[in-house]
Design a protein around this ligand. Sequence first.
Ligand code: GCB
Length: 582
Amino acid sequence: MLFPQTNQCREIVNLDGLFQFAPNVEGDAELNDWTQALPKDAVEIAVPGSWNEQLRELHEFHGEGWYQRDFWAPAGWKGQRIRLRIGGTAGNAKVWVDGKAVGGHTGPHLPFEFDLSEFVEPGASHRLTIAVDNTLRYQSLPPGQARREEDRAGFGLGYPDVPYDFFPYGGIHRSVLLYATAMDSIENIAVETDYQETTGVVKVKLRLNGKSDGLSVKMNVDDQAVTLPVESNEVIGELTIGNVQLWSNRNPFLYTLKCELLSPDGALLDVYTLDIGVRRVEVQGDQLLLNGEPIFLKGFGKHEDFPILGKAWAPAVAVRDYDLMSWLGANSFRTSHYPYAEEMLSMADRLGFLVISETPFVSLSERVYTDDFRVQACHVIRELIQRDCNHPSVILWSLANEPYIESDAGERFFREMAETARACDSTRPIMYVAHEWPEQNRGAQHYDLLGVNKYYGWYHETGDIQGSLGKLVENLEAFHQQVKGPIMLAEFGADAVAGLHSDPPVLFSEEYQSDTIEAQYLKVRELPWVIGAHVWNFADFKTAQTINRVGGNKKGVFTRDRQPKLAARTLKRLWNDTDSDS
Ligand code: GCB
């Protein structure tokens, strides 16, 4: 599935904006058939947007929300293939057009689309209904429960009761687009790039929709072109680029790959252009190499989180975040703890940021290592890799954050996730992010490297920055022995309430946060097998209500509205003046 684009063969109608909305609290949707019309007391709500902060009474609504709006399909789309594409919801979605079911999607944050050619008449008005089910269940994505069920122990972390601290926002979080192509069209493009000496190699796998005879595909990059006959719905081509300019964070050089679908008489039926970068990422010994050179990842774990917008794709916030990360000299971030908007990755391609793309598998524990959930998890991994594999900025797949893996079932779960990822993409190393000690990480041997989250000086050795350093090294060393490959300090830091100052530095002061980050960063820079250190978190963010979070998680180096704390200036000094990328 490709990100929709407008060109001479493709047209988009953007359905973002205000939808009618009603929460389906007591099965009213089924009883009164909301696929035809929402109830009279439906309200207006913005898309993209989480529902929880738009309307006060929806703050703790973690159920099924129904969206509806009418739209016109342009008259000029007669004879075209018409698709509906939803960039991402939290959580599962079902879609109807004029009361007829067109399909559904399981799992949050990833795009899905439906062919509406049979449902939509160009030049006519139609009704679109989308139900988004963000019910927190033990084995749902995200897992959790709104209120503690009597027979269940619960995760015990707060209200709602989720096994992680970020707020489980619900809603349609990315754009809702209607787009048209010719009936014979390009459905997907998967690109793998590499190089030998100065020649770039671009392997293209193109999937087509449509069955007309005599079609051909022309692929073109940097004045090199190949034309290939269409013999099945998959066309594979290879192009080379002489004197190739490699993509890197320092020089994010992009080539344009153009793929054209041609009729037997050479007429253009469809065209899609893709920005691609030629680069190689690999793990060798204890190092992570980008284009053959060791790279050290400095940056952040982030969240998609902003007041009122919740987890909505918000271009202005993204622009600000990249501006701030560039100002500090960061070169990378992790899409903790779920896939971020595709637009964010395209910006990283252009701006030169290295991205660890993470699945939504956060805080997995023994209760989810079942056959059913494993099948679902592998499906999500395939969808994620299919979506993100063309981005040169994406250098690593992180398949989970802080799982407990102690049983054989857990070990098998992590082995099969690793095998699935490798089968989908052999060009990027895979990792997951561990915590605690190696004993809780029986899946580690199946991965190329391991991320480790460590809060010495905060949750352990509380208040003792100097005392935290030895423990940190001891713990990272234990993981290094286990994985026999590189280790990344994927999270470290301390909460700081903006404006709270203290000398000597004490917990929650800006000074304590800044000193913790500086001391630990400099310490891990001495360890040759540590290939990166990401501060937790880029910005403060909203959490479930718990007694240890006053107004959210305050480990941000920036406040939730993106104003710097003292640690921001410290990082700017550390990352700009004394630190190289390797
Ligand atoms: C972690 C989690 C992250 C939390 C963080 C914290 O280890 O990965 O999601 O927000 O700790 O601040 O407690």
